[in-house]
Design a protein around this ligand. Structure first.
Ligand SMILES: Nc1ncnc2c1ncn2[C@@H]1O[C@H](COP(=O)(O)OP(=O)(O)O)[C@@H](O)[C@H]1O
Ligand SMILES: [Mg+2]
Length: 240
């Protein structure tokens, strides 16, 4: 479903003297339907940067991200903005680490929005949203409220409900269980395994060993080549 080839990404901090940060270099990765790849690596290794690149939020410096979109391969690195919008509408779902809270928009409306945007009739969308919010233990008295005042864990669960509204063929998850209790972690594990069972290709970052063991088919180490490269450079400098 996703074929990453020779992907490199760094940042230039223009406001800080043009300082350059190399995040990852020459990453290649394939993700198949029905499997879950867990991005692994220390904090700051570049896991979120890779996930955002897969959602075309960041533009890589080199390489390709080929995604199967409606039976056709499309390279997100060179895709036009309107194509990216289409891919996000139908093919790739992304659960960010934190919910983007929109003032005055109710929880129910935030959760149903991706389904309605993808053409699901609104009654069906609201029915699915209610089921997801219940499974994630968001009390129904909160459904009509905007999540701005919710706790971190409640906001995260609203974000997860939103991400699972559409049966996306590809699902990107950035630490979806980071601030959840055991019962809710279990619900998220079930949602991920249901998505895999219907054939979704999942790429996720999971800090919890328990969650990783329950959902991941493979671990993908992020950041290693960059670290190795730095070591080589300092060794060369030391030798010189
Ligand atoms: N938008 C950005 N601008 C500049 N640097 C960034 C940006 N996003 C991430 N970085 C840097 O890239 C590196 C990897 O960050 P990130 O992908 O968030 O790591 P992880 O998710 O593995 O903890 C860090 O050094 C971070 O400071
Ligand atoms: Mg991260």
């Amino acid at each position: 479903m996703v074929h990453v080839k020779g992907l490199s990404k760094g940042f230039t901090l223009h406001t800080q003297g043009g300082a350059a940060i190399d995040v990852f270099d020459d990453i290649s990765l394939e993700v198949w339907a029905g499997e879950c790849i867990c991005l692994h690596g220390s904090s700051g290794a570049g896991k979120s940067t890779l996930l955002r690149s897969l959602y075309a939020n960041y533009k890589p410096d080199a390489g390709h991200i080929v995604v199967q979109h409606g039976g056709e391969p499309i390279d997100l690195v060179s895709a036009e903005p309107w194509e990216v919008v289409e891919v996000r509408r139908r093919t790739i779902g992304y659960v960010s680490q934190f919910l983007r809270v929109i003032p005055r928009v109710s929880t129910l409306d935030i959760v149903t929005e991706p389904a309605i945007a993808s053409g699901v009739p609104s009654e069906t969308a609201y029915a699915s949203a209610r089921i997801l919010l219940s499974r994630l233990r968001i009390p129904d008295r909160l459904w009509s409220l905007a999540p701005a005042t919710f706790s971190g864990g409640e906001q995260q669960r609203v974000n997860i409900a939103r991400g699972f509204m559409v049966d996306y063929p590809v699902l990107l998850l950035d630490e979806p269980t980071a601030s959840l209790d055991a019962a809710n972690r279990q619900s998220v594990i079930e949602l991920i395994n249901e998505a895999k069972a219907r054939g979704a290709a999942v790429v996720g970052i999971f800090h919890d060993e328990e969650v990783r063991e329950a959902v991941a088919n493979r671990l993908f180490e992020v950041g290693r080549p960059a670290v190795r490269k730095c070591r080589c450079n300092s060794a060369t400098e030391a030798a010189a």
